[in-house]
Write a protein that binds this ligand. Sequence first.
Ligand code: GLN
Length: 493
Amino acid sequence: MFTFESILELSDAIRQRKVMAVHVVRECLDRIDRLNPALNAFHEVTADLAMKAARRIDLRASAGEDPGQLAGVPIAVKDNIVTEFGHTTCGSRILENYRSPFSATAIRRLINAGAIIVGKTNCDEFAMGSSTENCAYGPVRNPWDVTRVPGGSSGGSAAAVAAGMCPLALGSETGGSVRQPASMCGVVGVKPSYGRVSRYGLVAFGSSLDQIGPLARTVADAAAILSAIAGIDRHDSTSSDAAVPDYLERLDEPVGDLRIGVPRQYCSDRNDSEVNDAVQNAIELFKDLGATIIDVDLPLTNYGIATYYVIAPAEASSNLARYDGIRYGRRADLGEGEDVFDLYAKSRAEGFGPEVQRRIMLGTYVLSAGYYDAYYKRALQARRLIKQEFDAAFARCHALLGPTSPTPAFPLGSKPDPLSMYLSDIYTVNTNIAGICGISIPCGFAIKDRKRLPIGLHLQCRAFDELTMFRVARMFERGAELNFQLPELELTR
Ligand code: GLN
């Protein structure tokens, strides 16, 4: 399977019956069996269903039918995107045995295109985190160095693609959860513009920020998946009716007179020096490719984390109120004389981990009478200003460039303080706050403890201009010709 350049080549081979989908899926499942004990990327592998789906694809191909553009392509799904098969836990105890009665729109679209879901990947509980250590089912490990985190919260999806357990995965973004793990695992990760992809079936965290996004080995593969899942959906009134271009078809068209903005706040000396070096090399490469590099000032970059940590918890505290011990998931046992309020409190205390409890408390606090104006309302005002700052920047350039994360993957357990963890999203949260699109592409390596650790290049473009974003990312990918194939893994702890 991994001898194919792209997933579309793979699916073409399956459609033309040069390769059997069952063999492709079997290869994936074998690799998952072999590597998952060390990485913990998957929470659940839906092997039987995947094999059944593969057989159906092969049958359809041999009957002369077209099983779809993504025929037989295996894909992993972050466990906060609901599937009507298997479980959907959101990395939480509170949903330990939860089974969804329906599948997310993005999942249905992938399956209709012939893709094969191989399982659900571990994530930070309700997607709250940047390291996948806040997972009730154990941390995920980085395939480049198993003593380090894969990033988060879509760490399981990023590790699965990086380790070659499957060529593609879906993750979700509220403030960087696809791009940041993609950067730490050396894969491509996309945060689509708000409204580009239906949120129907994505378990809500911060509803005004959330988007589903693809993780892949190449820009072309990510573009193919976005084309498949994007577009209006009657189940999500925030999904946009803007036309979805064929991203893949137009990927190699040149961007005329390309102008790339480099915000000076992104190249901070607080970044790891190897990260800054890799970003500098990327800038030089773009210059060689004929792009004009312009200096941009985004002073509100540093207000992103403060703004995000008011808005996201506020929305989360409202969204998570539905886990009351009655309607979904875990229900606590009640003692003599205890009432329904005890049931709520006990179920939540048992079911939610510490980070989720912290966010609920933060969120209810900033929304409470007396503090609403001081925190929540001001955060919304800051959000408007951040959006305007991006608008002004995009009047001068096609894309903004910087590092995805200030550091490469950090060691497990090395950020016990929530604030230091929050800071690893400093370059990604504003994309979500402004509703624009962003991509992380591998751009180099840092050497730590004699291990190579991937570094991600971050590109942001204006809302609904994913096409330009993919084209610029593709230019870089072609020009850089870096090899992010993992050496055969030595995955012993
Ligand atoms: N790390 C950020 C948080 O903890 C972003 C998470 C996300 O994008 N889902 O909220």
